[in-house]
Design a protein around this ligand. Structure first.
Ligand code: ZN
Length: 500
């Protein structure tokens, strides 16, 4: 048993190093790599993925692990926890033949390039045959994994372990109905009618200064993390004390860099704070799901950075950094500006209220495609119809519609829902936090976020994958995913803002 334990811990450590190497290659590709480095980088990344897959699914690894799993009653508590989680993950990975993994990798790498071209040329038909291939592969994947219930459960489970179509259909149906209702009330209001798009431009130096102040207030340790620039902001972890996150000072959208820095800082704080200790370099020292990860970024971005106490602190800060731009702004106008509702076509530019409708739209379409309710050829039409129903805006081009996100070209069916799950979890965590610390608002007005960080650490970070996302939320908030909590939060906030 000792030999097997040594073996599986050594493997996990090396797999975690492989993960760090792949993350470094990916981070460099998105930040500093010259564009012609792309083909060689793709080969390097796919080599690492193949080596990882071979190791995870190797017979020797499995035999050691299976032996331990069968003898788990004789293991220490820590070893038992690691073995159970690892065995679960490896069993799942072994259901997928290597040939399939390779085929998926090839198909998606071609599809990604074609998607970029199709988006540029605004021609969905270029992408159509590739998406058809990917959907066939997704169906095959579901056949291999074969979790109980709807086939889509097998896709969801990769990102949100244990989540099911039944739960999401129920939660999203409620959420969709209320979001549309709230939105209709808002767009019919006088406040909405009178509102103008926020016209303020901060230069890159000012934006960077503001982001730096934000990171200082968050106590984000810059000897363990660094902020760079990329087209699409993201966060990745290269090691326990080396987290990279990015922002973009050129992007469209009011204060886009400030809010995306806050969003990514939420991910970075989680990565830096996640359970290590005796679980360092094991499967337990990871986020249990993407939904939990996203809950951390949304919590900071929406519940904190779009709140009034936050702007009590930041109104004078903005005034100091950019006096000319901010000369007409006060607390009330800042609060209104960062919470302006405006139905739009592009998910990543959506406001807090309409964002989840963009996600639900993709979830419904993914299910329809998988269930063969619609064909790929019909997809753009269905997309345009749905977004018109939800938001009363209609894309003039597929670039602003069905071609806007890269996820499908990467074979990431089942991924989108985690954005909404994370947003709902964030509201549940926020409600609980506010109950536990009713005076924390006063600290936020002073730019002091330590109580929040400590609370998140105690209720989310310290669990790593000791529990599933669902169990963490149940333990902390007293119930699992509940979109009604998010709806209540939105109503309380937006009814006041729009006087409806
Ligand atoms: Zn995120």
């Amino acid at each position: 048993m000792k030999e097997s334990l040594d073996f599986i811990y050594k493997e996990q450590k090396e797999l975690s190093h492989f993960g760090g190497i792949a993350a470094l290659l990916g981070w460099d590709q998105m930040t500093y790599m010259p564009s012609k480095g792309s083909p060689a980088r793709a080969e390097q990344i796919s080599l690492i993925s193949r080596l990882v897959h071979e190791r995870v699914t190797s017979e020797t690894f499995y035999q050691h692990l299976k032996g331990l799993y069968d003898e788990q009653n004789n293991l220490s508590e820590k070893d038992r926890i690691v073995v159970r989680k690892l065995f679960h993950d490896v069993e799942k990975a072994r259901k997928i033949p290597s040939a399939f993994v390779e085929k998926m990798a090839k198909t998606t790498s071609i599809a990604y390039a074609v998607w970029q071209e199709a988006r540029e040329k605004n021609t969905f038909t270029l992408f159509k045959p590739h998406l058809e291939n990917i959907i066939e592969l997704e169906k095959q994947y579901c056949e291999y994994v074969k979790l109980p219930g709807h086939p889509y459960n097998s896709l969801l489970d990769d990102y949100e372990e244990g989540m099911t179509v039944d739960v999401l259909r129920k939660e999203f149906a409620v959420l969709r109905k209320h979001l549309v209702e709230i939105l209709q009330k808002i767009t019919a209001s006088i406040v909405y009618e009178k509102q103008h798009p926020v016209q303020m431009t901060f230069d890159a130096v000012q934006q960077k200064q503001l982001c730096d102040i934000l990171l200082t207030r968050l106590n984000l340790p810059l000897d363990r993390a660094r902020l760079d620039v990329s087209t699409h902001p993201f966060t990745t972890s290269l090691g326990d004390d080396d987290v990279r996150f990015t922002t973009n000072y050129q992007r469209e959208g009011f204060l886009s860099s400030f809010f995306s820095t806050m969003h990514e800082a939420g991910h970075a704080l989680y990565e830096l704070g996640i359970l290590k200790g005796e679980y360092k370099d094991t499967v337990i020292s990871n986020a249990p799901s993407l939904g939990i990860h996203e809950s951390q970024s949304r919590f900071w971005e929406n519940m904190i950075a779009r709140s009034k106490p936050f702007w009590m602190y930041f109104t004078p800060v903005f005034q100091r950094i950019a006096p000319d731009v901010c000369k007409d702004m006060n607390l009330e106008s800042w609060y209104r500006s960062v919470n302006q509702v405006r139905p739009s076509l592009i998910r990543v530019e959506a406001d807090e209220l309409t964002y989840c409708l963009h996600v639900i739209l993709r979830f419904e379409l993914e299910l329809d495609l998988l269930d063969e309710q619609i064909t790929v050829a019909e997809l753009p039409g269905h997309w345009n119809q749905k977004i018109t129903d939800f938001l009363e805006v209609t894309p003039k081009t597929d670039r602003d519609g069905v071609l806007q996100d890269m996820h499908w070209s990467a074979g990431e069916f089942g991924y989108f829902p985690t954005y909404a799950i994370g947003t709902i979890y964030a509201s549940q965590l926020f409600r609980q936090f506010s109950e536990d610390h009713p005076t924390a608002q006063d600290e936020i007005t002073q730019g002091d976020f330590r109580t929040i960080s400590q609370w998140l650490s105690k209720h989310v970070y310290q669990y790593g994958s000791l529990m599933t996302a669902d169990d963490i939320i149940k333990k902390t908030c007293g119930e699992g995913l509940n979109s009604k909590v998010f709806i209540t939060y939105l109503k309380e906030k937006y009814n006041l803002l729009y006087d409806v």
